[in-house]
Design a protein around this ligand. Structure first.
Ligand SMILES: [Fe+2]
Ligand SMILES: [Fe+2]
Length: 193
């Protein structure tokens, strides 16, 4: 049986994957005919990625999952080092994407290509990051972590309550942000067409 925190990590990964796919689909369709709405929704999505996974998901993996896995499985040192580096890089990349999006919105289509290329790189990079965690780190954690270590992870991840997993209502602060995303973004994350 999966530990609750492991279940949550998988759910948060699939919510993020859905978000990234929606984002990429929207960008491929382009900003017309509802240009203002298009940029508003994309901004909201990137803000979400910066707000949720970057603040609530990665730091807990870095603090509570990677160290005990490394302690019990020293041969995984290169993988863990790579994942740690990714966490730092992801944060920079999402800020960079926010900036590139603003350039496209304010300066026009000459900046579209740069945003599209950066988004594609980010998408591939992020999917590979989650794949490594799911296929290498979590199976080893399942085999080797102690009851206390799982308890610390379960307690920490239980408070995330990411509304994009579809299991929790958004907190009051986030209600506006989430309805903006889910009402206007295309499937798989939203109801927009
Ligand atoms: Fe991670
Ligand atoms: Fe993760």
């Amino acid at each position: 049986m999966k530990h609750p925190s492991m279940q949550i990590i998988f759910e948060e990964h699939s919510a993020l994957t859905a978000m990234l796919r929606s984002l990429s689909l929207m960008v491929k369709r382009g900003p017309e005919p509802h240009r203002d709405n298009f940029f508003q929704v994309l901004r909201a999505m990137l803000f979400y990625i910066d707000e949720f996974p970057e603040r609530l998901h990665h730091p807990k993996e870095s603090e509570l999952l990677f160290p005990p896995v490394l302690k019990r499985n020293p041969d995984l040192a290169p993988v863990i080092a790579q994942l740690e580096k990714d966490h730092v890089r992801e944060e920079h990349q999402v800020r960079e994407l926010q900036h590139l999006l603003l350039a496209w919105e304010l300066l026009g289509d000459s900046r579209r290509n740069a945003f599209e290329r950066a988004l594609e790189t980010f998408l591939q990079f992020y999917l590979e990051h989650m794949r490594l965690e799911e296929s290498v780190v979590l199976p080893q954690a399942q085999k080797t972590l102690s009851v206390e270590e799982w308890k610390a992870l379960d307690d920490a991840f239980a408070t995330n309550c990411d509304p994009l997993t579809g299991k929790y209502p958004p907190g009051q602060d986030y209600q506006g942000l989430f309805s903006r995303i889910t009402e206007h973004a295309p499937a798989p994350i939203g109801l927009g067409d």
